[in-house]
Design a protein around this ligand. Structure first.
Ligand SMILES: [Zn+2]
Length: 407
């Protein structure tokens, strides 16, 4: 399965983040979790065909999570969809869609199957297929909100071909029977036991989508041993009170759910617009649960990371600047024309008169390429020193978010 965050903002979009929506690709079908504004554009940009959307799961009826539905339905109609579409969500979702369709004169000709959940539900399997099912539990938000878990059923174990051959199994039918867990009787009367040939069943993968909730017991239950837990992390710890007032989680809350439920990986999203640097939230979450990732829009996350190998390679490396500075070898002067990888050869600049080159390791070279006298900042030359004082690098605050209220 592949998880593709389409929008990771909360409440309002920012210049770089869109409204909440996550696509899950499984076996050629696409399952959409929430459908914020722009979801259909983000699907296109992610390279996902909108016609492949099979089911849309809506967590709750806040506008930021549903406003994309109408546009998407309209597009599907214009594309002459004839496949049925399933929409799972809180009660009232059909009424809302019907009202918009009526007001805008939108006529949908394909079948929409609604599965509306009542606000007193406790646990329900909302979709069941041959090899997976989706269960839902209520979350703890200012209004009825649902968390979802898509769980693949366990797959049968692998057949040990060599052992089967030794036991005298040659026919396909016998292989199938063994794989299904049945014992096979051969023509000579000997019995081949399935358990001897077939390995242990392989556990199915799972994806949990939890958004707009305070920390709650149901979030943990729904996430137990999940392969990927996508959890909202609207605020950081300093705004914990605000998170509680508005029915949201902090990054740490998300990490506590992940840790308690022993998930394989936590992906945090649904960031408040005030965080221009979401790494703050990542740092908080990682303090509790190491295997936390940030949700990046359109950046696919494979439930089986082995499949990801060679497809996506990390482009960003986090470097400790202080360490880098200490390790950085002293620059030696090289004429531009000899530099490796230069785009074009530069003309030699004329050396200033009286300038002298110094060897890199020479004591005299402490002051730079040429023997420039060191000027202190107040311009007093008498304070010249061959050693520059090591000033700490200025740090520009990147997120002055705590002093104003935007959420
Ligand atoms: Zn939200």
């Amino acid at each position: 399965m592949i998880v593709i965050p389409l929008g990771v903002s909360s409440a309002t979009p920012t210049a770089v983040r869109h409204m909440p929506s996550v696509a899950l690709w499984r076996d050629g079908n696409v399952y959409l979790f929430d459908c914020g504004e722009n979801a259909q554009m983000r699907l296109l940009q992610a390279g996902i065909k909108r016609s492949k959307v099979d089911t849309i799961f809506i967590s709750h009826m806040d506008g930021d999570h549903v406003f994309g539905l109408f546009g998407l339905l309209s597009t599907l109609q214009l594309q002459r969809r004839n496949k049925e579409l399933t929409i799972v969500g809180p009660q009232g979702i059909k009424e809302m869609i019907d009202a918009v369709m009526k007001a805008t004169g939108l006529e949908i000709e394909f079948q929409i199957k609604y599965n509306e959940l009542k606000d007193d539900m406790t646990h329900e399997v909302v979709l069941e297929d041959e090899d997976f099912y989706v269960e839902a539990r209520p979350m703890k938000h200012t209004r009825f909100c649902i968390g979802y878990r898509l769980q693949e059923k366990d797959k049968p174990g692998k057949v040990d071909a060599e052992k089967a051959k030794e036991a005298g199994i040659t026919e396909d039918e016998h292989f199938k029977a063994l794989k299904a867990g049945n014992d096979v009787t051969l023509e000579d009367g000997s019995v081949v036991h399935s358990a001897d040939i077939v390995g242990d069943p392989r556990p199915g993968e799972s994806f949990v989508y939890i958004t707009d909730t305070e920390f709650c017991e149901n979030a943990v239950r729904l996430s137990e041993n999940a392969t990927i837990l996508y959890h909202e992390a609207t605020f950081g710890e300093p705004l914990k009170e605000k998170a509680e007032d508005t029915g949201h989680s902090s990054a740490q809350d998300a990490a506590i759910v992940a840790k308690t439920a022993k998930v394989d990986r936590l992906v945090i999203g649904h960031f408040s617009a005030r965080y221009s640097n979401q790494f703050l939230l990542l740092k908080e979450a990682r303090g509790v649960f190491e295997k936390t990732w940030l949700a990046y829009e359109l950046r696919p996350i494979f439930t089986n990371p082995a499949q990801e190998k060679d497809i996506v390679s990390p482009r960003v490396e986090i470097i400790d600047l202080k360490e880098k500075k200490a390790q950085k070898p002293r620059k030696t002067f090289k004429p531009a024309g000899n530099r490796k990888g230069g785009f074009k050869k530069k003309r030699f600049k004329r050396k200033p008169e009286n300038a002298r080159y110094y060897r890199a390791d020479s004591d005299n070279n402490q002051r730079g390429r040429y023997n420039r006298p060191y000027r202190s900042t107040d311009g007093d030359r008498s304070k010249s020193s061959p050693h520059r004082p090591s000033k700490p690098l200025p740090i520009t605050p990147r997120t002055p978010f705590d002093d104003f209220d935007r959420f």
